[in-house]
Each structure stands twice: as C-alpha cells, then as structure tokens.
Design a protein around this ligand. Structure first.
Ligand SMILES: CCc1ccc([C@H](C)CC(=O)N[C@@H]2O[C@H](CO)[C@@H](O)[C@H](O)[C@H]2O)cc1
Length: 809
C-alpha cells in the first residue's frame, strides 16, 4: 500500500537509520536496550516530529475550518499515520529486520478515550478526511486528564475503572504554553459610561488558564498535516491563594487549583440524557472561549481587524449543541474586546457558525437553567438574553401559529436556555446526519425553525474513515483489494466500485473468504484471551457493537438468542445456522437499564455457552471495554451487522457503515443511514425488517399498543422469554432481571421490542439460512464493500466543504 507522496522515510534502510538515531535522541539508549513500550514511544515521537515538520513547512492558503467538538475519539494513531505517509510497508519490513514485529509495537499504543461513541468518532473521521482532502481543518476540543472509563466485567456486571490514558505520556501531543489564554467564570458585569459611549466589563470571578496541547493530523498522501488542539484547564497564576498558603491552609490554597483542574479532569460518560452539571457547563465554555480567542488572534495577525470579513476566511462548525456557546461568546469578544457593533457582531457570527444535530432523543437535547448559566457566565448570558429579546421583538406575527412557533423556537423558555435553539439561531446552516434523520428534524424536532428558515436546513449523511476502518483494520482484505483494483481506493473510496465484477469471480471470492476467516480467527483469539469464551470460526459471526441504549435494542437481540435457545432445546428438528453472537459496548454509569442489559447478555452467555444441548449451534460473547482499537478487530471478522434500533431513533449510525465496508451483511430496521445503505447496496444484499417510522408513530399515536397483549398472545414463545427474565433460568450468574421485565411490561415496551420480535427473528433465520450458499453469501458481502464508497467521510466532508463551509467559493 504505497501512497504517492513526499515520504518521511525513503527506504527501509533510511527508516532504520533514522529510527536508531531517534532511540538515542528520544530515549538516550540503543534500540536493543529499550522495551517495547519505549520502542513504540520512540517510533511515535519520530513520526510525530516528521508530521510537525511537514505542517511547519506547508501552510496552504484558503479558508480555515475550526471543528468544535467536546469529543474526539481519535483511537491509536501510529498505524494510520504510517499508512497516510505511505511508509507502512517500509516500517513493517524494517521492524522485522530488528526482530520486533511492527504489530507488537502498535499494540503498545494507548487508545485515548476522548469520546463516548458515534459523535466523538465521527469528529475523528472528519479530521482524517479534511487532512486527506487538503482542507485546513482545525480540531478544537478538550484534553481530558481521564478519558471514558475502562469497562471491566465482574460476575457479568459492568464495572467502571478510571482511564489513566496519560500514564505513559502521549507522544503525539505538544504543550503550547505560549498560546495559553485566560477564561473567566463568574464575577459580575459592570456597565461603564463616558461621553455617551458605554461598554461592559466582567469583574471578579475566577480566572482559569486554558493551555492548548496540539496533536498533528496527518492526511493521506502526507502533504497536509492539520492540527487538533485540545485544551487543558490550569490555575491562572494571578489568583493562587497565597495568603491561605502562607497561613498554612494548604487545602484552601490547593482547593482553587483542584477546582480549576477539575474542569478538564474527566469526560462526561453520557451519550444522551442526565446532563446539567455545572462542571460540564464549565467544560463547554472553556474550550469554546479559548478556541475563539486563539482563532481571532490568528485571524487579526493575518487580516487585521477586518472583522466583517471573518466569515469569508473562517468557518466554525459546532458538533451538536455542546459548543453552542460559540455564538454568544464570539459576539462577546467582538463587541467587548474588538469594539464591533452588536448587530454586525451577530451577523458575523451567523455567517461564520454552522451546527450539526446528532440526536432527536428528547433527553439528549441540552437545556441549562438560566440562573446557573447567568451566574457562571454573566456577560455571555447578556448576549443570549439580548438576542432572545430581539428575536421575540422582531418575530413575524403574520402567521396564525406564530405563538406556537415562538414557543418552539425561542432560546429562553421556562427558566431554561435551550441550547439547540441557541445553535440554530446563531448558525447559517443546520444539518442532520442521515436523510431520514434530517427529515425528522425538519418535520418534528426543529419544525418551527424549518418553517421559518428552511434555507438553513440540509442533510449531510455521515461517513467513516475507510483508510482506518478498512485499510488499517483489515490488512488481509485491503491487500486483496489493492492487488485486484490498485490502491487508488485509499484516496478515492468510490474506486471500491471496481470490485463489483469480482463479486462473481470465484478465485476472488475464495481469497475474500480466506481473509474473512483470518480475521475471524484473529478476533476469536482476542475474545478467548479477554473473556475465556471459545468461538468456533465455522460459525456465522453476528455482531452488535455500539453504546448500550434502550433505543438501540440490544435487548431485542438477546430475546432472539433466548428464542433460539428455547427452540433448539424443545424442538430437535430446529436446526438454525450455527452462529456466534458478539456484543460489545459501554453503558453510561448512571444508566441502570443499559447496565442491566449488559448483565443479561453475560448471564445468557454463561447459560448458553455451558449448555451442551445448544453450544454447538449458538455461542455468545461479550467483549469488554469497546474502544476504537477493539472495534478495528471486530469489524473485519463480522458477517452479520446488527442495526436494529426502532425506526426513527438512530440518527444515522456509523458502525453500520464500517461493517458494510468490511463485507458484513446488514440485518437492520429502516432507520438512520440503514435506509441509504439499503438503497445503495440493493435489497438483495441486506436484510430489512420491522416497523417503518410512520408505522411507529401511528402505533404510538393510536395508544393501542400494549406489551401485555403481545405477551398474552404468545405465552409459549414470547411470553416464555419474558418469564425467563425472572423465573431463574438466567439467574445463576448474578440473579434475575426484574427491572428489565418491569421496563418492558410495566412501562409498556417503549422501544417496541415485543412488537418487532417476530419480523426480526424470521429475518435473521432467512438471512442465516442463506449462509449455506457460500458463493452467494460472499458475492453479497463483496457487493457490500464495492458499494460502500459513498460512506467514506471524504464524501461527507466534500459536501460540508461545498454546502456549509463554502470552501473554494
Ligand atoms: C449531553 C450528553 C450527550 C452527549 C453526547 C450526545 C451525542 C449526540 C450522542 C451521539 O453520539 N449521537 C450519535 O451520533 C452519531 C454521529 O452522528 C450518529 O451516527 C448516531 O446515530 C447518534 O446516536 C448526546 C448527548
């Protein structure tokens, strides 16, 4: 896999020379004296320094994009950067010569958990694609001291461990002390008046020093190296409590330090509800204010105080509502520090800022109590208040439903700051992340805004870094593809289309099957090592890997497995295709239901895997601590991709795209991006089941859906599965599952698990039955890869650049 570029290593020999020198320079010892962690650290530091040189050398003209996200799930970088610099083969051979296989060094790399799931990984894929496309993409996020918790499974239960990811240091980052800025919290606003001119200052409060750490983002081809800036909070010298210190009250003196450092201490592990913590609001403000201060400083250096042209040279994209304060904070800096007129400042903000919504889950839409917000951010809040006042004042009364529209769209409502409304009002563009999702935003979630400003709304269907999730994650298949159609697909994923004819090529299909088997064996070994569960690689590998959430319906998947279990035992003629069910994913700490589903899966695994009546037909494995690195082991081995959320709940999904690209066949509902996957791959190469969005809405609206009806209508089968939650069948490992049963039967099955059960299980049976025809199955699998090019984040970013950021206009 060679990238046509200015390679950082000209040959294996050149690499070995530079690497040996680097061992001396970075570790002061020869390669032979170093352990694998140190050898990895030196190699990463060498590649990082090369990347920084490339960045320093070339700084292309053109518009700067600043991608604000509170999460960047970047994953391990070395393997990806070696591919992007086009030197992976050279380094692999060199390491073999050194007697230390590259894979052994790569396995030393930390997997920074600076994100929860979909939103965070999307941001990282976007960074990879902006660099690959030569766009000046600047990431702006937080450098959490502790990332997303490490998940350990004890007696089937999720146990959270602190993620001390910086324990061995992080070779990719550079602390930029000289670029530190001060961010102010609290205090109060003072109005100043002098010969008719008046201005405001924010006095008192706490001053926090935001210190940036920069991480290079190497683009494929090695020509563009962009920057990911991650902010850390530290006490501003100015207000260290010296008196307390001198009075020997160190706790008080240190309290300020720990209060400040707490701001960037940890990632909030929720990927939907349960927000409203003041520390989270401080995080959201700190990286926004610090990011904007440095953006305007850089801009002013380049263009002078021509603030009215900011939107021509700078695009600020906000990843969900977490950076929503970009609007009012940009106005505060422009008005208070740069003397720009209020109306012009608002105009500049709207021209510059754009917003992506990633969920329609009501509990995930951020709202902050006005009192909390105003107390912490008194001056920034004044801009929100004034914009809201002017919005109401100038609201068009020419519509008969104007009161309702105002109620839907006003920022301040019911004592709360509605962050989604703030994001829309301060943005020139609002996009959803799949065609179905954007449609729901326009028709429901943000309908008021769509009626008022339809021109702002557009769809940008998500994408993934195909270089990482196929090129790096699946070397055997990637090599087969490159040997067959060349490696142009690494820079242009649409080239994967050239694989179509090979879907009918027996020798190619044979090689494909070999690669898939190699990946299944690799995963089976990883699962055996981490869980002790032995998976037979002749079984179908059926995979559901994502955050645990009721709407993603991991419970429906478990109900299917229990159904198979009961039927295999009760009906000897029932011979389902032997299948290994692989689950992985974390649940937010405080999300009890999700944690109970994890416990249920491990209990079902214990029962099924140890039951000789069934364990040659079905096996279950829960892979702990789902992260980017484990995901890269799971996707290549998968044959069935479970995407079974109820229709209208999953904004897009991205694991569906990664699994499709790696030749897994989707078993899914007509939800999120599954709809577009179905349209592109063709109905013969996917298995769709379940209610459609409109059927879900009608059923809910009818008020006629009762879980007990479903239960009583089929006591022997579905009823029995529900009973097994509490009748002891699954209680051996850690007890029964009353809370899950209650969620289903008492709270009336909000996620329609019982409703979609039958169409789901029969869809699964039809799909696995077709597995026997290996030629047909592999043909379909290869067609999934061949038709997955559209789901590269390169395509997504090209659309953002053209339609939202207006790059190259
Ligand atoms: C305030 C807590 C919180 C934190 C994160 C979030 C994210 C928006 C949740 C998230 O990751 N959403 C996922 O975003 C992916 C990328 O667009 C989509 O593919 C998934 O469908 C969506 O659930 C909501 C609320």
């Amino acid at each position: 896999m060679t990238a046509k570029n200015n390679r950082i290593f000209q040959s294996k020999e050149d690499f070995l020379t530079q690497y040996r020198d680097a061992c001396e320079t970075f570790a002061g010892k020869g390669f032979e004296e170093l352990n694998d962690q140190e050898r990895y650290y030196v190699l990463a530091s060498l590649v990082a320094s090369k990347a920084k040189n490339v960045r320093a050398a070339a700084r292309p003209e053109g518009k700067e994009v600043y991608y604000f996200s509170l999460e960047f799930l970047i994953g391990p970088l070395l393997d990806n950067y070696l591919l992007n610099f086009g030197v992976r083969d050279i380094v692999e051979e060199g390491c073999n010569d050194l007697g230390t296989p590259l894979d052994r060094l790569l396995s030393q790399e930390v997997d920074p958990g600076l994100g929860n799931g979909g939103l965070g990984r999307l941001a990282a894929c976007f960074m990879d694609s902006m660099a690959a496309l030569g766009i000046n993409g600047n990431g702006n996020g937080m450098r959490y001291r502790y990332g997303l918790f490490k998940q350990v499974i004890k007696e089937g239960r999720q146990v959270e461990k602190m993620d001390n990811w910086l324990e061995h240091g992080f070779p990719w980052e550079t602390r930029k002390n000289e670029s530190a800025v001060i961010v102010q919290f609290g205090g109060n606003v003072v109005r100043h008046e002098e010969n008719g001119r008046y201005w405001f200052t924010q006095e008192g409060g706490d001053l926090v020093k935001a210190v940036p750490y920069d991480v290079p983002i190497v683009g494929y081809g090695g020509k563009t190296v962009n920057n990911l800036r991650l902010w850390s909070a530290e006490p501003a010298e100015e207000n260290f409590d010296l008196d307390a210190f001198n009075a020997g009250d160190y706790a008080k003196a240190m309290k300020f330090r720990s209060d400040v450092e707490a701001i960037s201490q940890i990632l909030y592990p929720n990927d939907s509800g349960e927000h409203g913590r003041i520390l989270r609001l401080k995080q959201e403000y700190l990286f926004v204010s610090a990011g904007l201060q440095t953006i305007l400083r850089t801009y002013e250096k380049k263009f002078g105080p021509k603030w009215e042209d900011l939107g021509k040279h700078v695009a600020i994209h906000t990843n969900d509502t977490h950076p929503a304060m970009c609007g009012p904070e940009l106005m505060r800096i422009l008005v208070d520090d740069k003397g720009v007129d209020f109306d012009l400042a608002f105009k500049i903000a709207q021209e510059t800022i754009s917003y992506t919504n990633h969920t329609v889950m009501p509990e995930a839409l951020e709202k902050w109590p006005i009192n909390t917000f105003r107390a912490l951010l008194p001056r920034t809040y004044m801009f929100i208040e004034e914009i809201d006042r002017r919005y109401r004042e100038s609201f068009p009364h020419d519509r008969d439903n104007w009161q309702d529209l105002l109620a839907q769209t006003a920022i301040l409502w019911d004592g709360q700051v509605r962050m989604a409304n703030l994001s829309v009002i301060f943005s020139h563009s609002v996009n959803g992340v799949s065609a179905l999702h954007t449609g729901i935003l326009e028709a429901e979630t943000l309908h008021g805004f769509y009626e008022l400003t339809p021109e702002k709304f557009n769809n940008k269907t998500n994408g993934i870094s195909h270089r990482r999730f196929l090129g790096n994650a699946n070397p055997s298949y990637a090599r087969l593809i490159s040997n067959t159609i060349g490696d142009g697909w690494l820079s242009d994923a649409n080239e994967l289309k050239k694989l179509e004819p090979y879907a009918d090529d027996a020798s190619f299909l044979e090689e494909f099957e070999k690669a898939k088997l190699e990946n299944k064996r690799r995963l089976a070994k990883y699962i055996a090592d981490t869980t002790g569960v032995e998976l037979d690689t002749s079984m179908v590998f059926d995979v559901q890997v994502k955050r645990f959430h009721a709407y993603k319906r991991q419970l429906l998947n478990v109900f299917k497995i229990l159904d198979l279990y009961n039927r295999i035992i009760s009906d000897s003629s029932f011979q389902p295709r032997p299948t290994a069910f692989v689950f992985s994913g974390k649940a937010a700490q405080s999300y009890t239901f999700a944690k109970e589903v994890i416990r249920l899966i491990n209990s079902v695994a214990e029962v099924v895997n140890s039951d000789a009546r069934v364990n040659d037909k079905i096996r279950v494995a829960f892979v702990p601590n789902f992260a980017v690195s484990s995901a890269q082991l799971i996707y290549p081995a998968a044959e069935i991709s479970e995407q079974i959320s109820w229709a209208g709940s999953e904004a897009s999904g991205t694991s569906n795209m990664k699994l499709m690209m790696n030749g897994a066949i989707t078993l899914g509902t007509y939800d999120g991006a599954n709809v577009e996957i179905c349209k592109l791959v063709g109905e013969d190469n996917i298995k769709i089941f379940g209610l459609r969005t409109e059927e879900v809405e009608n059923l809910r609206a009818s008020g006629k859906y009762w879980a007990w009806d479903a239960y009583n209508a089929d006591r022997p089968r579905l009823g029995r599965i529900v009973d097994e939650l509490t009748d002891g069948t699954l209680a051996h490992l850690s007890g029964n599952f009353e809370s899950i049963r209650d969620e289903l039967m008492v709270n009336n099955d909000h996620d329609l698990v019982l409703k979609d059960f039958y169409s789901y299980v029969s869809a699964w049976e039809e799909l696995t039955a077709s597995y026997a025809d290996r030629k047909a199955w592999n043909r379909s699998a290869v067609l999934n890869t061949a038709r997955s090019g559209y789901f590269s984040s390169d395509r997504t970013i090209r659309e953002y650049a053209n339609d939202i950021w207006h790059i190259g206009d």
